[in-house]
Design a protein around this ligand. Structure first.
Ligand code: LLP
Length: 419
């Protein structure tokens, strides 16, 4: 769903003109649409309505408490990767018992917190982690619910930094090692073997690798079954891609149908989880920034905006192309710009060679910024993190206020002898 449309030459988020938000909260800021977030989640839910499936929203893509609260109200489960994310889910009214804990190097404290909170499954990624979970479960005298994350050695066909299912990746364990882990786990009274997990990558635009991963995991569960190791659950991870430029990812319903086809054809008896992040949040958000200066050099026109790589790092980190549009369609002549920020690095850009009709003082939006935007922001160059705003119809709410300088500096201390 596209909740960001022009009306009378002015880009709106749902029914709110974006210049109104910029004037009220300042820039740079992220703006999210409630309608789009809910619509995308509901598409996953409907896609699996005929199956025993849980949609566990992947918190890492956008972990603002208000976004999590919306997901919780829809009945979503959650996929988390840290104790901090678990705390967010709880504070937002989400259910730990509908939460899976993924991640390749969970600390003892995080495992303890997860067990005490009663998460649905800890998706473990090594024998050492199995032993750590077992030890903690014994010390708490609890039964730890576990799944083993397998690495099926399948190429997700995405950016190498977000491709997680190849043998060389740090994620998951091979099927052979998983077999050893299950053999140990089923013997332990302090462990409850819930199921199996797989996640081969993010921003996947092809169904083939997702289906291959699913088939290979089903093959493996049949092997386990033959050994008398019976699982109840299969967590297929997240990873469905979105369109930033000219990608042609499957729609949410095509994705669900393709998975259902395999589950049905294989007579798979397991309940499933899926952990979508980006497909729910990316196109439900934009990044709003104001042009401070136009600078023209011999070789380039630069639009120097007030947002920077510390606010939105995807373009430089993954060479990600994200669309940039003006908020106000204006009669100024279009020119080719590099849209760059104030940070002291040449990598501080949002887009290069973009044709834009903009001038100093104008507002721009980077589209598709609802996923892996605010969550990856930092204070680099001692810049406050951006504001986040949630739009609901003709109302908008500041759901993360801008940090002030004291908040940025308060945790730092100068030892007295250096004063
Ligand atoms: N489940 C697991 C175990 C994951 O590792 C991830 C993402 C997801 C689910 C959600 O994947 P999604 O549906 O959002 O693709 N910062 C990068 C993306 C990192 C993804 C990490 N894992 C980016 O900006 O492209």
């Amino acid at each position: 769903m596209n909740a960001f449309l022009y009306r009378d030459g002015l880009l709106h988020a749902e029914d709110v003109p974006l210049d109104q938000i910029a004037n009220a909260v300042g820039t740079p800021s992220y703006v999210y649409s409630r309608a789009a977030l809910e619509q995308h989640w509901n598409e996953f839910k409907q896609g699996f309505s005929e199956y025993d499936a849980s949609i566990r929203y992947s918190v890492k893509s956008n972990s603002n408490l208000a976004v999590l609260a919306l997901m919780a109200r829809l009945g979503s489960g959650f996929d988390i990767v840290s104790g901090g994310e678990l705390e967010r889910v709880i504070r937002a009214g989400g259910k730990p018992e509908a939460t899976v804990f993924s991640g390749v190097a969970k600390s003892a404290d995080e495992i303890k917190f997860a067990l005490e909170s009663g998460v649905f499954s800890i998706n473990l990624e090594s024998q050492s982690e199995l032993m750590r979970i077992l030890e903690i479960a014994k010390s708490l005298d609890r039964r730890a619910p576990i799944s083993v994350r397998v690495n099926p050695d399948i190429d997700a066909n995405t950016h190498p930094y977000i491709s997680t299912g190849l043998r060389e990746a740090k994620f998951g364990v091979s099927f052979e090692e998983a077999l050893d882990i299950y053999r140990i786990a089923v013997q332990q009274s302090h462990l409850k073997v819930v199921g199996i997990a797989v996640h081969i990558g993010s921003q996947m635009t092809l169904l083939g690798p997702i289906i291959d991963a699913l088939e290979s995991v089903i093959d493996f569960t049949e092997r386990l079954d033959a050994e008398g190791i019976k699982l109840g659950h299969l967590d297929l991870g997240g990873g469905l891609g979105v369109r930033y430029k000219d990608e042609q990812p499957p729609t949410i319903s095509e994705y669900c149908d393709a998975i259902l086809e395999v589950l049905t054809r294989r007579g798979c008896p397991l309940s499933i989880s899926i952990e979508p992040g980006r497909a729910i949040t990316a196109n439900a958000g934009i990044f709003l920034s104001r042009v401070e200066y136009i600078k023209t050099t011999e070789s380039k026109n630069f639009a120097l905006v007030d947002g920077a790589m510390n606010d939105l790092i995807r373009p430089v980190l993954y060479d990600a192309w994200m669309d940039i549009v003006p908020i106000q369609q204006s009669p100024v002549e279009s020119r080719i710009f590099d849209v760059v920020g104030p940070v002291c690095e040449t990598g501080d850009f949002f887009g290069k060679d973009r044709k834009l009709a903009i001038d100093e003082g104008h507002l721009i939006a980077v589209l598709g910024a609802g996923a892996y935007g605010a969550v990856m922001s930092s204070n680099y160059n001692t810049r406050p993190k951006p504001v986040e705003v949630l739009v609901d119809g003709d109302q908008f709410f500041e759901v993360n206020t801008r940090e002030n300088i004291d908040q940025m500096l308060d945790s730092e201390h100068i030892p007295s002898q250096f004063l």
